[in-house]
Ligand binder design. Sequence first.
Ligand SMILES: Cc1ncc(COP(=O)(O)O)c(C=O)c1O
Length: 370
Amino acid sequence: MKVSPFKLERYFDKYEFSAPYLLSSSDCEPLLLNELLEMADENSRSEWDVLKLGYTESKGDPAFRNEISKLYTSITSDEVLVLVPQEGIFIAMNVLLEEGDHIVTTFPGYQSLYQVAEDIGCNVCKWEPDQNLKFQIQDLKDLVTDKTKLIVINFPHNPTGALISKNELDDIITIAREKGITIFSDEMYRFMEYDDKDRLPSVCDLYENAISLFGLSKTFGLPGLRMGWLTTRNKKFMQEFVNFKDYTTICNNAPGEKLGTIALQNKEKLIQRSLGIIQKNLPLLEDFANRHNKWFVWKSPKAGSIAFPELKINGTVMDFCQDLVKKKGLMLLPHDVYDFSRKHVRIGFGRKSLPEALTVFEKYLKEENI
Ligand SMILES: Cc1ncc(COP(=O)(O)O)c(C=O)c1O
């Protein structure tokens, strides 16, 4: 199978490590190694000090899988496969899908959630939100057919920060169960709901033929560890994922697993750290949106570290973003990298530098008379 270019990753590659002001990152402020190590209890700290840099267990370190299983209500450590988050999507789609299969997926979205299926030769139907960026269940129902093999959902959603309700999620599971459809649920932004009451259960806890994806990159501020996991109660899927992983990474990096264990032993602290940054930044962004509401139409997210406001500007959003990054070194993400036709930008507000970035943005707008 040949893979198509990943537009968002190629765009980030151009600017992420040269632009001084990042206003589109999806991860929360990454931790320093020492910050994380300071959270380790005595036992974990001494295990870290004598960590052997050998090959590791293919499914993941048992202690790490045990910590991961505690994030779910019904998942045992045997039902966890540790891998890189992006690898989890690639493996799952390759295992679950064949040329000609019909799938339905939330859209716009993180490209691999639909692109791998398209590259395999599947018929991909896109479940798009309405003008207010709300996903309507009826629209999903209209897309599902008797031939649908897989429903791919991503809540909290990248890039809109949208959530659905628990009842709506139950509706999706009912349809899937009735028609024998598998669900792949990307839950990378879980635990970043602004109101705890909005938090959805993990789909792998609700449905026996679901696979959930989660990891340490976003909520836990540890994207450089490259640690994520698939969870499923379906034993056949799990065995096939394990078999496939022998051709991608075989096993995980030992330091990442040990640091990941320390992170999950301190999960409450890390979640609160990320939510704290978000809750400080969101009002500043909303103020900015109010001041510029003629052309910058704010669409409130319900969870996560990103939003997808609409831009009512002359010219293309791509030109706007390119001019801004060239003149001021400030990076936004245009809707084009999402293959989405409506004029939006992705804004990230999980970084501590957001106030500074907004000041630079305001300066640009003033200079350009916008
Ligand atoms: C929804 C979603 N899924 C998966 C991933 C992949 O995570 P990672 O980059 O840590 O592999 C991302 C990263 O941006 C994402 O936003």
